[in-house]
Design a protein around this ligand. Sequence first.
Ligand code: FVH
Length: 298
Amino acid sequence: MTTTKSDGPTTKARQVTVLGLGDMGSAIARTFVDRGYRTTVWNRTASKTEPLVAAGATAATTAVEAVAASPLIVVCLLDTAAVTEVLDSVDTAMAGKVLVNLTSGAPAQARATERWTHERDAQFIDGKILGDPPYVGTPQFNLLVSGASAPFERHESTLRELGNVTHYGEDAGLAAVEFMAQVAMGYELLMGFLHTLKLVQSEGVAATEFAQRFASVITAYPPLLTAIGDAVTNGTYPPDLGPLSVQAALMDDLIDHRESKGVETVRMREVKTRMDRQIAEGNGAQGFSSLFESLTKE
Ligand code: FVH
């Protein structure tokens, strides 16, 4: 729903407070202002409120004053330590409000913030962001949320002003589970990619050209990923990349090649150890996905 500042009188449903005006919090607050919400903002460094006030927001001088101004409180700070500090300063002023915490963090932190909120007679939605500040307010911005359905449904249309919103369930930790898994997967993939670029570069191959070739190879991975997900769920491991007995025969060469070029071999050695273990247990006809079994035995 897109509306403008000239739309009718401001209802409570169109009043929002944003605590934290870094790059992300500022983009969020700016989107609410542009969509006609009566937006109150607060930031530890007060000067960051100025561009938003120029755009139509109201600056509060304290976090308590900002929380008092709206029924919906959106928090977007650097980390959980900052959230704890700011929420402790607000304390009982949160009573009767709905707190949406969009700060990155772990599932246990989301559940702890939910408990803190309930102890102050307020309601809680945890949110995790997959997207960058320039994309706030567009379909390229993804918000993962979890927590009780009632406050989510009440404020869903407001959260949808920011982009795509997916509710992962009533357990407040579930958005963080998805977020942590996706972000960690990205780092694992990209670190492996950097090691591989070092390898190809040390062989005199241009990193840019290899990257372009691998970018098209990687488009073949989605069916493999879903097949591995199914294999892990079902506990049956078809020979996805060929039988382990054949895959394992290449591992020593992969490790030796990397070592000869001074490239780390930690992950390759892990793969080899797990393959050897699976084969020794009589599972050489299974696929790569069967290494999951060796993870669950530890
Ligand atoms: N590309 C992005 O920006 C990513 C995309 C994915 C998810 N994140 C998460 O969003 C959170 C905020 O990120 P940010 O980009 O806005 O971060 P900064 O620009 O560094 O702003 C940090 C704000 O936090 C305030 N702050 C820090 N410590 C404290 C504290 N102890 N007490 C009160 N406020 C604090 C800081 O205030 P100031 O330095 O301006 O005074 C900023 O408002 C983050 O969780 C990302 O992981 C963004």
